[in-house]
Design a binder for this molecule. Structure first.
Ligand code: NAD
Ligand code: ISE
Length: 335
């Protein structure tokens, strides 16, 4: 038995997900793809023998498409997800679920009106083996009450189109979701602090940035986003509790001893660092659909909450102030 998937947005990650769904994930087949760039869609479709459908709207209502993956650019996500909910089709949406909080409220309302969870958001770190080990230790009380966390998110470099606001909205949004999930609570305030800019990249870009969060219970979380660090893709996370500390393991890598040095390589791409997590998250999504179950991964509420948090971080970027994070009450539907 397999599920017919339609994928929207065959760019960098969309093409990888097409390959993943066709060749790695069991129980899935890619039946159709769509992109505003027809050449990109045709290339992805040819690799897996899928049809090209000319618009996202037609792909969503295509009778052969039983579930949808949205991997288009962020501002297009909300309308595409809403169209999937209207069609009653499960949708896996890459982060960010929304780029405007008002769209998040529309999605929450539409999904609750549909009466079942139809949306999963692509916060893949929840499926990374190292983060999962941390979660198990925290949930078992292994370090006692968490007091603080230190997170680092470094990319070797970014494209010129990357803007200063994207450090929060596109990059640190992963830490925002991971920390909400690991600590099991919401953020209450954020302040964005700006170190001296790196001279190694575009003058328009404020890079690095530091986000200082306070959680609802008073724990402190700092997140460094440095997207032109030059040396590699480096994700670090340490949570410090009353009884101990837990640190995200680095990916396993051989140690080379040579010339009076012992060294390990640092990965260069997020696609390599989180390859397994991407596989596991899509497998988990497909497994739930095949079993006739609702997805249990990051929900619309998680996608909405993460955007509310990073929008507050952007307001602090511009004002320099500590900004309160105002989330509405979480609906019981997402408990
Ligand atoms: P990309 O620019 O390489 O690809 C986006 C594709 O979407 C392009 O082919 C573009 O033509 C297409 N597109 C844009 N608007 C569209 C629309 N309205 N309808 C159909 N197609 C449309 O970008 P990318 O790096 O592949 O990122 C895509 C999404 O995935 C983004 O939201 C990004 O944040 C997310 N992403 C997530 C991760 C992760 O770690 N989970 C990593 C990379 C990207
Ligand atoms: C990108 O969109 C991602 O989601 C990557 O995981 C992140 O490392 C990168 O900074 C973002 O631009």
């Amino acid at each position: 038995m397999s599920i017919g998937i339609g994928l929207i947005g065959t760019g960098w990650i969309g093409e990888q997900h097409v390959h993943r769904l066709a060749h790695i994930v069991a129980g899935a087949r890619v039946v159709a793809v769509s992109d505003i760039d027809p050449e990109s869609a045709a290339k992805a479709a040819a690799q897996v023998g899928a049809r090209v459908v000319d618009t996202a709207e037609r792909l969503i209502t295509d009778p052969e498409v039983e579930a949808v993956v949205v991997a288009s650019w962020g501002p297009a996500h909300a309308e595409q997800v809403l169209a999937c909910i209207a069609a009653g089709k499960p949708v896996f949406c890459e982060k960010p679920l929304i780029t405007e909080t008002a769209d998040g409220l529309r999605i929450l309302k539409a999904e609750q009106a549909a009466g079942r969870r139809l949306v999963q958001v692509g916060f893949m770190r929840r499926y990374d083996a190292g983060y999962r080990q941390m979660k198990r230790i925290l949930d078992a009380g292994g370090i006692g009450e968490p007091l603080m966390a230190h997170c680092v998110h470094r990319n070797p470099n970014v494209r010129e189109a990357y803007t200063t606001e994207m450090a929060a909205k596109d990059t640190a949004v992963h830490e925002v979701d991971a920390m909400r999930w690991l600590l099991g609570e919401e953020f209450a305030t954020v302040q964005t602090v700006l170190p001296r800019k790196t001279s190694k990249r575009f003058p328009h870009l404020q890079d690095p940035q530091i986000f200082l969060f306070e959680t609802a219970s008073g724990a402190r979380v700092d997140v460094e986003a440095f997207v032109n660090c030059q040396y590699g893709y480096d994700i670090q996370c340490e949570i410090v509790g009353e009884d101990g500390a837990v640190r995200l393991p680095d990916p396993a890598a051989p140690v080379v001893r040579k010339g009076a040095k012992a060294s390990t390589e640092v990965l260069q791409e997020f696609g390599d660092r989180f390859a397994d997590a991407f596989d596991v998250e899509l497998q988990d999504w497909v497994d739930h659909l095949l079993a006739g179950e609702e997805p249990t991964g990051p929900s619309s509420w998680d996608g909405f909450a993460a955007t509310v948090v990073v929008e507050a971080a952007v307001r602090s970027l511009h004002s320099g102030e500590i900004v309160p994070i105002e989330l509405p009450e979480k609906p019981d539907f997402y408990a």
